[in-house]
Design a protein. Structure first.
Length: 255
């Protein structure tokens, strides 16, 4: 089932009425526009984490994420999330194509310009949780976040399709998952203004890299199931905090 990306991006806002479509299960929602009501408060049609994940081409995800970053200025969170869930919608229809994707704009600028978590990471991590619960998602997020911290980015180059700045971009490792630190460090090291088109281009390409990595992780998770393990060790500062905040029998008592 193929659905045009332009139709999907531009027309989805009105489909998610009353929140009912967010709970649509795969088998129950094959009919376009069909909505169902959950039984009780906090219940979801199809159950929690009830959507079925599908393998994606990381290279295709990168291209879509880059385009999504620039679409209406919705930014990094929208781009990375759409490159996964939206692409599933283009290929498989409901329930994926009925998500109100524009809500991911809130992640722009480290969540509404607060400079906190990188929106591209938030969008990708959120997509994981449509399919798997926290216990299974944790190693997936560990893999994605630690990769982001230690990898010199951006790698992706759209070539002549660049929308902000054409040509090679300098690369650096952020050593942080925070938007403010990631952007500031890159700008400082390369003497580039944070409000420049070149910086925006950097974030667009980084969004592509993040979506590509997220797709690789999803593909591996589908293949390996509960045996999936992160190839990157958790950052020492995180494990150090966990010595107090994480106790036996309670994996994360800070939440």
């Amino acid at each position: 089932m193929n659905i045009g990306r332009r139709d999907l991006i531009c027309g989805l806002g009105g489909l998610a009425v009353g929140g009912a479509v967010l709970g649509l299960g795969g088998a129950e929602a094959k009919a376009a526009g069909q909505t169902q009501q959950a039984v009780g408060r906090f219940d979801q049609v199809g159950g929690a984490f009830g959507w079925t994940p599908h393998k994606l081409d990381p290279k295709e995800c990168a291209k879509v994420a880059y385009e999504g970053y620039w679409h209406k200025g919705f930014g990094c969170g929208f781009g990375s999330f759409y490159a996964i869930v939206g692409l599933m919608g283009e290929k498989y229809g409901a329930p994926y194509n009925q998500f109100p994707f524009a809500m991911l704009e809130a992640n722009k600028g480290g969540i509404s310009d607060w400079g906190t978590i990188c929106g591209a990471l938030y969008g990708a991590a959120s997509s994981f949780s449509l399919f798997w619960s926290r216990k299974e998602v944790r190693p997936m997020v560990n893999e994605l976040f630690r990769w982001y911290e230690v990898t010199k980015l951006p790698v992706y180059n759209p070539g002549d399709a660049a929308q902000g700045f054409k040509g090679e971009q300098p690369m650096s490792a952020s050593d942080s998952v925070l938007c403010h630190i990631s952007v500031s460090k890159w700008c400082y090291e390369n003497k580039i203004e944070a409000d420049s088109k070149q910086r925006s281009e950097r974030c667009g390409r980084l969004t592509a890299d993040t979506a590509s990595k997220a797709a690789e992780i999803i593909n591996a998770k589908i293949e390996q199931g509960k045996d999936f393990k992160s190839a990157f060790p958790m950052q020492k500062s995180v494990t150090y905090c966990g010595e107090c905040h994480m106790t036996k029998g309670n994996d994360a008592n800070w939440a």
